[in-house]
Design a protein around this ligand. Structure first.
Ligand SMILES: C[S@@+](CC[C@H](N)C(=O)[O-])C[C@H]1O[C@@H](n2cnc3c(N)ncnc32)[C@H](O)[C@@H]1O
Length: 269
């Protein structure tokens, strides 16, 4: 299959995750949105306990001392700021202004020079410079036009592109809750292999490493229930019922995901 066919498949498979209209209409909050607070906590943990997994290793080994980093879908910076002592300048792109505010606050405290670009990659790619290395962690399952996204990332990188993604869609763990509360199933694809196949078909010399996620998804059942109410389009007042259901269905504690690091070096011109 060529890159265009794989890209079309990726898009169709992501679209199959769309929430049925009549369920979406009941939602009190956007079930797809990412919480800046939750990702702020994740970033603070990543700064306090640096992760020595393949994503950080592959990024660090390709980053020249005081080199430039492009972080696309940066959130508050969990996947770039841990390299704070090595970064000459950080360029961060995110659709969410609140996420970028969190990143700027942390970068300023750490003394990391930063420029932010608020908007959707690759729509805002023209504004961003070419960096020594680029990272896009936990973003691709939000991206229907993955081929354009990856091409723009590659085009804005001199040395190495690094992606990190869970092996399966990040909402997959909630499939039994969708069945229980709404009587609907959830898809299985796309999975990380679909992203890898597309990157390879685009001509990138892709390498892949996989490991268990270094962090548990939730630190308490209450945290899980609050998040699940939003994601599964249930009124927040049902959090206790959700927590009980999670226990009854044997879903607690939630097993750790597999995280996949995908990376390639730019071919010398
Ligand atoms: C799950 S969070 C991951 C944040 C951070 N990279 C991390 O590893 O903790 C995904 C982030 O990507 C952003 N995002 C999603 N699609 C994007 C796109 N096409 N361009 C820019 N940002 C995007 C979201 O706003 C969110 O902040």
């Amino acid at each position: 299959m060529d890159a265009e066919e794989l890209a079309a498949r990726w898009r169709e498979r992501l679209e199959s995750w769309a929430i049925p209209e009549k369920i979406l209409a009941q939602a009190q909050e956007d079930p797809w949105s990412h919480s800046p607070e939750r990702f702020g906590t994740r970033t603070d943990r990543a700064l306090a306990e640096p992760d020595d997994g393949p994503t950080m290793i592959r990024l660090a080994e390709a980053l020249p001392d005081k080199g430039t980093v492009l972080d696309v879908g940066s959130g508050p910076g969990a996947s770039s700021l841990p390299l704070r002592d090595r970064i000459g300048h950080l360029y961060a792109v995110d659709t969410s202004g609140a996420m970028l505010e969190g990143l700027t606050l942390r970068a300023d405290k750490l003394g990391v020079p930063v420029t932010t670009f608020e908007g959707r990659w690759p729509d805002v790619a023209d504004q961003a410079p070419v960096a020594d290395v680029s990272i896009s962690a936990h973003v691709v399952y939000n991206v229907p036009d993955l081929a354009d996204f990856l091409r723009a990332l590659d085009g804005h990188t001199r040395g190495r592109v690094v992606l990190e993604l869970p092996h399966r869609h990040p909402m997959s763990w909630m499939t039994p809750l969708w069945q229980h509360f709404h009587g609907v199933g959830r898809p299985v694809r796309p999975i990380a292999e679909d992203c890898v196949a597309l990157a390879a078909a685009l001509g990138f010399a892709v390498q892949v490493e996989e490991r268990e996620a270094p962090l548990e998804r939730f630190t308490s059942l209450e945290e899980l229930a609050a998040s699940a109410c939003r994601r599964v389009c249930l009124d927040p007042s049902r959090a206790e019922e959700v927590a009980e259901t999670v226990v009854e269905l044997g879903m607690w504690p939630v097993p750790r995901d597999r995280w996949v690091t995908v990376w390639w070096d730019k071919k010398p011109a």
